[in-house]
Design a protein around this ligand. Structure first.
Ligand code: JF8
Length: 245
């Protein structure tokens, strides 16, 4: 997968080179390029914003720098490849979920447009739709100052699902939100720590009982913290024992 990110603060995305994403990039599983939007301006002040039509507070990001920036990578999605997906972080977007991360992990080319100020001139997304599949995406119901943090969140959630990024694919199963339930609590050595002991069952070696205990903890946790997730599960996803929770 190729990912191109555009921002007026490219250094914001530097942490992407760390940890798993960095390893996936080194392994050639993933390429992530971060571009400075100001490289696509032509005036002395490298202007990327202007006042909003219709009045109102704040500034709006000009369309031309974005169009020149985006077409610099749209063009590189060869005709034989699928159209690139343009992700536009926005508080007005569809909420980003694990299901969307799974869907986007199958894309060949993701382009992320990190807006600032009051946002990007809307015509950029209209123009982009001629060249890419455009998705306005929100990472949650709160307001940030720009799209960079959202880009980091989405890129990590997507990239970790690309085969080869996570060393042991087993660790992707039974994660929160992966199959509609929250994950079970985890423990490691020492078995007794500051008066708190690891649940006996986990020391028993009885893998069937341990699996049941973990399933029960997932149901208990989901019921307590996110009951709406349980309600959303298809009937066949819960067996008779599960319904006790
Ligand atoms: N995704 C997302 C966002 C944002 C966001 C995204 C882009 C810009 C550009 C200026 N302000 C922004 C806020 N706020 N809250 C979210 N969940």
């Amino acid at each position: 997968m190729r990912i191109d990110v555009f921002s007026i603060f490219p250094e914001y995305l530097a942490p992407l080179k760390l940890s798993l994403i960095g390893k996936a990039m080194d392994a050639g599983i993933l390429s992530v390029a971060v571009h400075d939007l100001r490289e696509f301006t032509h005036d002395r002040h490298r202007t990327v914003d202007d006042t909003p039509y219709g009045g109102g507070a704040g500034m709006v990001m000009k369309p031309e720098p974005w169009a020149e920036a985006l077409e610099s990578v749209f063009a590189e999605s060869t005709s034989t490849d699928a159209r690139p997906v343009l992700l536009v972080p926005s508080p007005a977007g569809e909420v980003f979920t694990q299901a969307m991360a799974r869907e986007l992990a199958t894309a060949q080319h993701l382009v992320v447009a990190c807006g600032r100020y009051e946002g990007i001139d809307h015509r950029v997304s209209e123009w982009s739709a001629e060249h890419a599949d455009v998705r306005f995406v929100s990472i949650g119901d709160y307001v940030l100052n720009g799209g960079e943090v959202a880009a980091m969140v989405m890129i990590e959630a997507i990239a970790r699902l690309i085969p080869g990024t996570i060393g042991n694919p087993e660790s992707l199963t039974e994660e929160s939100h992966e199959d509609g339930l929250l994950e079970y609590p985890v423990y490691t050595k020492p078995a007794s720590w500051r008066g708190h002991d690891v649940p006996e069952i986990l020391l028993s070696g009885n893998h069937g009982a341990i699996a049941r205990w973990r399933r029960d903890r997932r149901l208990e946790r989901t019921r307590a913290v996110r009951p709406e997730m349980l309600e959303a599960l298809p009937a066949e996803a819960l067996d008779k024992k599960d319904r006790a929770f």
